[in-house]
Design a protein around this ligand. Structure first.
Ligand SMILES: O=C([C@H](O)CO)[C@H](O)[C@H](O)COP(=O)(O)O
Length: 429
C-alpha cells in the first residue's frame, strides 16, 4: 500500500444513521468504511449490502469479529458486498485458516484483529503465516476506558510482520499522526468521527493530521489531571449514565444553582451540629478537593455556615456536600459558593470535636471514601469510587460526545424518538 488509508468505523446501531454519517465522513475524505460490530449485530448482513450499494467506490469492511465458523461468516459478508472481513486474531488457527480459504474463494481479504490477544507480537507473525492480509492492532473501546493505549500495541507488532498493519482504538486527530509515524498503513477511527457534531470536519482534520506523521510521545497529561479535565465539562447526568444509574446521592439541594463542584472527597463524619471536624477538614483538604460531610441525621442544627465557607474559598476548596443542614444561606448565596445540603436551618451547633476526618461515610444514601471523586451540579451529586474514576470519566466523555451528535441531528429537525428509533427498542415490542 502506497499511501495511508483512513477507515471510518460505523459503530452505530441504526442503519439509516450509519448511512448518513458514512456520507458525511466520505465528504471529509474517509477512504474505507467499516460496518462496525454493533451495526452488524443490530442490522445483520443487510447493513453490509446497504453500505456497499450506497458507497460502491469505497472498500467496505465487515467487522464480524469472527471466532468460529470462519468460512460461513466470510461467505456471508463477501456475498453481502464486503471487500474485507475482520476475524478475531485470538481465534483458533483452524478458524483463521478456514476464513482465509473462504476469502480466497470469494475474492475478499481478511483482517485479523489483535484485540485481547495475550502475546500480540508473536501472534501477529503466526497470523501472517496463516495467510491473513492485514493485521489490526486494536485496543477495544472498553479497554480504552481503563487507560490501555492502542499505539503501544501498534509499536509491539509493527515490526513483526510484512503485511499492512491497521491501528485502531480511540484514535483521534491528536494520535493519528503517531500511528502513521509508527508505521500503520491503515488508521481506523470510530468515536472521534461518528460521535462528532461535525463528522465531515472531524474526518477532514484526521486525514490532514495523518499527512503530518509525528512520533507518538505518549499521553501528555496524568490520569488524575485527565479525570479532573473531563469532569469539569461533563455533567453529573453524563456520569450517572456512565455508571448505569449508580452513585447519585438523594435529597441533595444545590444552594447556589448554576455552580459546579468537581474534586476528590475529603470525608467528614460528625455528630448532629458538632462543627469542629467539618471546619478542621478545611485545613486538611487540598485546593480542588470537595468536603463531604455526614451530620448524623442532624437537620435541626447546622455544622456549616458562612464563615466556614469563606475559609473554603480562601483555600480553593472546590465545594462542600452535607448530608445535613447548612445555615447563613443568604450570605453563602452572595458568594455563589458550590454547596449542596439536604436541609437548611438557622441553628448552629457546638465545636465539640467528635467524629473523624478521612473515614468511610454515608452521604445522601451513598458510600463515600476519602479520595473518591465527586461531581455536583444543578441535577445533583454523584460519587465515583476512586478505583474506577479514570474509567468512569472516560465513559462519561463518551456519553457527552454521543450527545453532541444526537443534539446535532435534533437541530436538523429530527425528534428524539426518531433519532433513537425508540419504537424499535421498546421492551414489549
Ligand atoms: O472495532 C471496534 C470496537 O471493537 C467496536 O466494535 C471499533 O470499530 C474500533 O475500536 C474503532 O473505534 P474507536 O475506538 O471508537 O475509534
Amino acid at each position: 500500500m502506497n499511501r495511508s488509508v483512513l477507515q471510518v468505523a460505523l459503530d452505530l446501531v441504526e442503519l439509516d444513521r450509519a448511512i448518513t454519517i458514512a456520507g458525511e465522513a466520505v465528504l471529509g475524505g474517509a477512504d474505507w468504511l467499516e460496518v462496525g460490530t454493533p451495526l452488524i449485530k443490530s442490522e445483520g448482513m443487510r447493513a453490509v449490502s446497504a453500505l456497499k450499494s450506497a458507497f460502491p467506490d469505497r472498500q467496505i469492511i465487515a467487522d464480524m469479529k469472527t471466532a468460529d465458523t470462519g468460512a460461513i461468516e466470510v461467505e456471508m459478508a463477501a456475498k453481502s458486498g464486503a471487500d474485507i472481513v475482520c476475524v478475531l486474531g485470538a481465534s483458533d488457527n483452524s478458524v483463521i485458516a478456514e476464513s482465509v480459504r473462504a476469502a480466497r474463494k470469494y475474492g475478499v481479504k481478511i483482517m485479523a484483529d489483535l484485540i485481547s490477544v495475550p502475546n500480540p507480537s508473536g501472534r501477529a507473525g503466526e497470523l501472517e503465516q496463516l495467510g491473513v492480509d492485514y493485521i489490526c492492532a486494536h485496543t477495544g473501546i472498553d479497554q480504552q476506558m481503563t487507560g490501555t493505549d492502542s499505539l503501544d500495541l501498534l509499536m509491539k507488532v509493527i515490526r513483526e510482520v510484512s503485511i499492512p498493519v491497521a491501528a485502531a482504538g480511540g484514535i483521534s486527530e491528536k494520535t493519528a499522526p503517531g500511528a502513521i509515524a509508527a508505521g500503520a498503513s491503515i488508521v481506523i477511527v470510530g468515536g472521534s468521527i461518528i460521535r462528532s457534531s461535525d463528522v465531515t470536519g472531524s474526518t477532514r482534520r484526521i486525514k490532514e493530521a495523518m499527512n503530518q506523521p509525528v512520533p507518538y510521545a505518549g499521553p501528555d497529561i496524568s490520569q488524575e489531571d485527565e479525570i479532573r479535565e473531563i469532569l469539569r465539562y461533563v455533567s453529573s447526568s453524563n456520569v450517572s449514565d456512565a455508571m448505569h444509574r449508580k452513585g447519585a446521592m438523594s435529597g441533595m439541594i444545590p444552594l447556589c444553582p448554576g455552580t459546579k463542584a468537581v474534586g476528590k472527597a475529603v470525608t467528614v463524619q460528625t455528630f448532629a451540629g458538632d462543627w469542629a471536624k467539618p471546619v478542621e477538614a478545611i485545613d486538611i483538604a487540598l485546593p480542588g478537593d470537595v468536603i463531604v460531610i455526614n451530620n448524623d441525621k442532624g437537620t435541626h442544627v447546622a455544622p456549616w455556615g458562612e464563615l466556614a465557607t469563606i475559609s473554603c474559598l480562601n483555600r480553593g476548596i472546590s465545594g462542600v456536600i452535607i448530608d445535613g443542614a447548612v445555615r447563613d444561606v443568604d450570605d453563602i448565596k452572595k458568594m455563589q459558593y458550590p454547596l449542596w445540603s439536604t436541609a437548611m436551618v438557622p441553628n448552629a451547633g457546638e465545636p465539640k470535636g467528635f467524629g473523624e476526618i478521612g473515614s468511610e461515610i454515608q452521604c445522601g444514601g451513598q458510600t463515600v471514601n476519602p479520595g473518591d471523586w465527586i461531581i455536583a451540579d444543578e441535577s445533583g451529586v454523584v460519587v465515583i469510587p476512586k478505583t474506577r474514576a479514570y474509567e468512569i470519566a472516560r465513559r462519561a466523555k463518551e456519553v457527552y460526545n454521543t450527545e453532541l451528535r444526537i443534539r446535532q441531528e435534533l437541530k436538523q429537525g429530527k425528534t428524539l424518538s426518531q433519532v433513537m428509533n425508540l419504537l424499535r427498542w421498546e421492551k414489549h415490542s
